[in-house]
Design a protein around this ligand. Structure first.
Ligand code: CP
Length: 310
């Protein structure tokens, strides 16, 4: 059962995932309707991002506001973090201003888990190092369910910079818990064979990996996490592992193309593929708001039913 915090998909059960997806479906009605609800009236949500973000941070802000919450954001570059204040001192300060939910992105794997131990406020992991990006996986799962209607036996291939991808890890956990088959493909320098231990099938030939799949998921190449060159050039990556219209023809006829964004166009996928009718990349963004509305609602309801006994 979902408790005080949302730290990763790894800890969630199939029932947790389905509860969130069902709630997100309800939230989407508000989102595409009048965007005006008082479900979170009196609650306070704060975002604190130690890494850049467009989609995740803003969608949490919109989710909170659409549901009637108070909202605050800490800009880490202009906060007392730059004066040397520790992570725990920073978030405890936020909590003492009566935040109910603190949403954090951090370059250190495990930072949200550490915070959660020190806080009565609920913590949502908006991406921690290489570990997990649970809300991205949840919006991906929501989009797949909307488009395909089922997970059992669904074939999903995740392409590219797997080793640096918290999105890939969260999706591997989530998709398998819901019954999908997950394939991973990328250059050997970005995809250690050990990923098989997560239950996924590992490929080094993109054409074989895409063959007959229902869902193709590209990933951003995370150059900021690569100390040494792990592939010769972006052109070479694109030639051997880029998702093109030609390669999409190897997937099932009704396959969809996903990408968490931001996209490096014509590296991870061609612009033509990104803009094609099978691309659901923009729908993923909209579902990101619905999923985050759902998580805020569920956590705030749990807090109420526990009378903040965490
Ligand atoms: N997908 C994702 O996490 O995007 P942002 O970095 O823009 O939040």
């Amino acid at each position: 059962m979902i408790g005080k915090d949302v730290l990763g998909i790894r800890e969630m059960t199939k029932d947790d995932l389905l509860e969130i997806l069902d709630t997100a479906g309800e939230m989407k009605k508000i989102l595409v309707g009048n965007k005006n609800s008082d479900i979170l009236r009196g609650k306070t949500i704060v975002t604190i991002f130690f890494e850049p973000s467009t989609r995740t941070r803003l969608s949490f802000e919109m989710a909170a506001k659409y549901l009637g919450a108070h909202f605050g954001n800490i800009e880490t570059k202009t906060s007392s973090v730059v004066k040397g204040e520790s992570l725990i001192d920073t978030v405890r300060t936020v909590e003492k201003m009566k935040a109910d939910v603190i949403v954090v992105r951090h370059n250190m794997s495990g930072a949200p888990h550490l915070m959660a131990k020190y806080l009565d406020a609920s913590v949502i992991n908006a991406g921690d190092g290489l570990n997990e990006h649970p809300t991205q996986a949840l919006l991906d799962l929501m989009t797949i369910r909307e488009k395909k209607g089922f997970f059992d036996g669904l074939k999903v291939v995740i392409v590219g910079d797997i080793v640096h991808s918290r999105v890939a890890r969260s999706n591997v956990w989530g998709l398998q818990k819901l019954g999908a088959e997950v394939r991973l493909v990328g250059p050997a320098t970005l995809l250690p064979k050990t990923f098989e231990k997560l239950g996924a099938k590992v490929y080094y030939d993109i054409d074989k990996a895409i063959d007959g799949v229902d869902v193709v998921m590209g990933l951003r190449i995370q150059l900021e996490r690569q100390k040494n060159g792990l592939f010769p050039s972006k052109d070479e990556f694109s030639k051997y592992f880029g998702i093109t219209e030609e390669r999409m023809k190897l997937a099932k006829k009704d396959a969809i193309l996903m990408h968490p964004g931001p996209i490096n166009r014509n590296v991870e996928l061609t612009s033509k593929a990104a803009n094609a009718t099978y691309s659901v990349i923009e729908e993923q963004v909209t579902n990101g708001v619905a999923v985050r509305m759902a998580l805020l609602k569920i956590l705030c309801e749990r807090r109420k039913s526990n009378e903040i006994s965490y």
